[in-house]
Ligand binder design. Structure first.
Ligand SMILES: Cc1ncc(C[n+]2csc(CCOP(=O)(O)OP(=O)(O)O)c2C)c(N)n1
Ligand SMILES: [Mg+2]
Length: 580
């Protein structure tokens, strides 16, 4: 029997390691790999229109499943297209393996047709990026790449020249990567003891939660309940921590709301839990700060720390909570809960007037109706731009929904391709792409992929005929908006021409039914909602520098606007404050 080729062995290793699909676009140097995928059970080739989308889709699949996902590009330009999506996956800590096909190995370094140096190109957006220049090297390098992606949570890239891929493999067969289960990282006893002493010595403790609190909702609530601490969150912590939270004081950061900022600044001990929140200017200077993170290299990179704790949030709190004394003074917590509710009541009063009759349709109305109509376990993917604001304010987390965006890398056009990966990974689960018109049109070819692969993704398009977020930034900076407008475009007609359900909505009275019809439709659907480009007002004391995050002084709410169903939780938390 003929031996396997290197490409066949590579696909055998991927399939054996549990990779279910590889997203990408075919091309000469990649053909041996594509052909091997076609002939191997349990792993599929998912054809996309732009490799960038393939990388975004793989990143979203990995974020939905928690397992390794893969994408591929052909030599030169094909793999260059992967770059932006890989940056996003890497910075979202999504385990993704990229296969960058490469020019013939004998031509490397000669300025050959399509020559790039993918091993160098991807060095900055990966934990591991290696060239396979010899077939015998492949199994070890590929398994090592997988171990890096899974173990360090991020991207690995293998560059594979087409001729090497087609060679006969020296070994008859290759086993999968070992992978191994993620360990439980519990801090050292001394660190827990030191943290317990700090907590016991403090009178006002505030918790600030990031994506590292995933899976730790119960532990955070138990600890906050024992020490009577307000609980704020960063954008990436919201989906894990904001629901069923009697201590919720909202979100800090550029899109923040509520009393998180005050609770962090008026505390005498601030505990940062699993957050790499990037905006230093929102962190207090003269408060004791403890940071808990499973990634030790992140400890202290945003602020001075009084104590650094290396561990999982959940394990840290499990060890810590029994060691701290119960606090009985709720005054700080209750004051912050009231402040939070008042802050939200203020914006609700400002926003709700007549919004359901407003035309062009108010984007916040769209977001609030969407929140009500979407499934309880929907996966939302959110485009960078104003859609981030609407999702942060209106999409109510509940522990079952997921909200995925380009929250760290901040790329446009992420939502649609991420929805593809989320839908393939999520099966029957409802997947909603919250898209901006700028974002959608940037990678719009993928609506054809939705049709081709019969992916029932629901695209809800906030169509303001503008690059709205930048329009706002320019105005705030005192510039005349330029280069931000688009001609009105009927995206619903484009969707219908592509073969999907498409509906344009201009009257707010039609919105709810249009969303229901799209959600009930058995297949991909796009609802093109014509929204008001001038939806947000900027509070008058905010400067352009503040909006872009460079020189924040003491502002808490950077962009105005409503707050959706959050107000209910805030009101009930205030109602539940025990009477003396
Ligand atoms: C790839 C990329 N290009 C440019 C930007 C800068 N940028 C951030 S948001 C935005 C506008 C997004 O417009 P749209 O998708 O229509 O959303 P809107 O803000 O109008 O709701 C731009 C240009 C970016 N973040 N990523
Ligand atoms: Mg727009």
């Amino acid at each position: 029997m003929a031996r396997q080729t290197i490409a066949e062995q590579l696909v055998e290793i991927l399939a054996g390691t549990g990779v279910r699909r590889v997203y990408g676009v075919v091309g000469d140097s990649l053909n041996p790999v594509i052909d091997a995928i076609r002939r191997t059970g349990g792993i599929d080739w998912v054809q996309v229109r732009n490799e960038e989308s393939g990388a975004f889709a793989a990143g979203a699949e990995a974020q939905v499943t928690g397992r390794l996902a893969a994408c591929a590009g052909s030599s030169g330009p094909g793999s260059v297209h992967l770059v932006n999506g890989l940056y996003d996956a890497h910075r979202s800590m999504a385990p993704v393996l990229a296969i960058a096909a490469h020019i013939p190995s004998g031509e490397i370094g000669t300025g050959y047709f399509q020559e790039t140096h993918p091993d160098r190109l991807f060095a900055d957006c990966s934990h591991y990026s290696e060239l396979i220049s010899n077939g015998a090297q492949m199994p070890q390098v590929l398994r090592t790449a997988i171990q890096h992606a899974v173990g360090l949570s991020g991207v690995s890239v293998v560059s594979l020249p087409g001729d090497v891929a087609g060679q006969e493999a020296p070994e008859a067969s290759a086993g999968p990567a070992p992978v191994a289960t993620r360990p439980v990282v519990r801090p050292a006893d001394e660190e827990i003891a030191a943290l317990a002493r700090l907590v016991d010595g403090a009178r006002r403790v505030t918790l600030f939660c990031g994506s590292g609190t995933a899976g730790a909702h119960d532990e955070v609530m138990a600890f906050a309940g024992k020490v009577k601490s307000p609980v704020g969150h960063a954008l990436r912590g919201k989906e894990w921590i904001q629901y069923d939270n009697p201590y919720d004081v909202g979100m800090s950061g550029l899109l923040g709301y509520g009393a998180a900022y005050e609770a962090m600044h008026e505390a005498d001990l601030l505990i940062l839990l699993g957050t790499d929140f990037p905006y230093r200017a929102f962190l207090p200077q003269d408060v004791r700060i403890v940071q808990v993170d499973v990634r030790p290299e992140r400890l202290g990179r945003r602020s001075r720390l009084d104590l650094a704790v290396w561990g999982d949030v959940r394990e840290t709190l499990r060890a810590l909570t029994p060691q701290v004394a119960e606090k009985d003074d709720r005054r700080f917590l209750d004051r912050m809960l009231r402040k939070h509710a008042e802050a939200l009541e203020g914006v609700v009063a400002a926003y709700t007037r007549g919004v359901e009759r407003h035309t062009p349709i108010h984007p916040e109305y769209v977001a609030s109706v969407l929140d009500e109509e979407a499934a309880d376990d929907a996966v939302f993917t959110v485009d960078t731009g104003m859609c981030n604001v609407w999702a942060a304010r209106y999409i109510s987390p509940n522990g079952r929904r997921r909200v995925i965006g380009s929250f760290t890398h901040g790329s446009m056009a992420n939502a649609l391709p991420q929805a593809m990966g989320a839908q393939l990974a999520g099966g029957a689960r409802q997947v909603i792409s919250i898209s901006g018109d700028g974002g959608l049109s940037m990678l719009m070819g993928e609506i054809l992929s939705l049709v081709q692969h019969r992916l029932p993704v629901k695209v809800v398009l906030f169509d303001n005929s503008s690059l709205g977020m930048v329009d706002l930034e320019m105005m705030v900076a005192g510039l005349r908006p330029h280069g931000t407008g688009y001609p009105r475009t009927d995206y619903a007609a484009i969707a219908r021409a592509a073969g999907m359900h498409g509906r344009r909505v201009e009257d707010p009275a039609d919105l709810r039914q249009a969303l229901r019809d799209a959600f009930r439709h058995d297949g991909p659907a796009l609802v093109d909602v014509v929204t008001d480009p001038n939806a947000l007002s900027i509070p008058p004391h905010i400067t352009g520098e503040q909006l872009t995050g460079f020189a924040l002084s003491a502002s808490k709410i950077i962009v105005s606007g409503g707050v959706g169903r959050m107000i209910q939780l805030a009101r009930s938390n205030v109602r539940n404050i025990p009477r003396p």
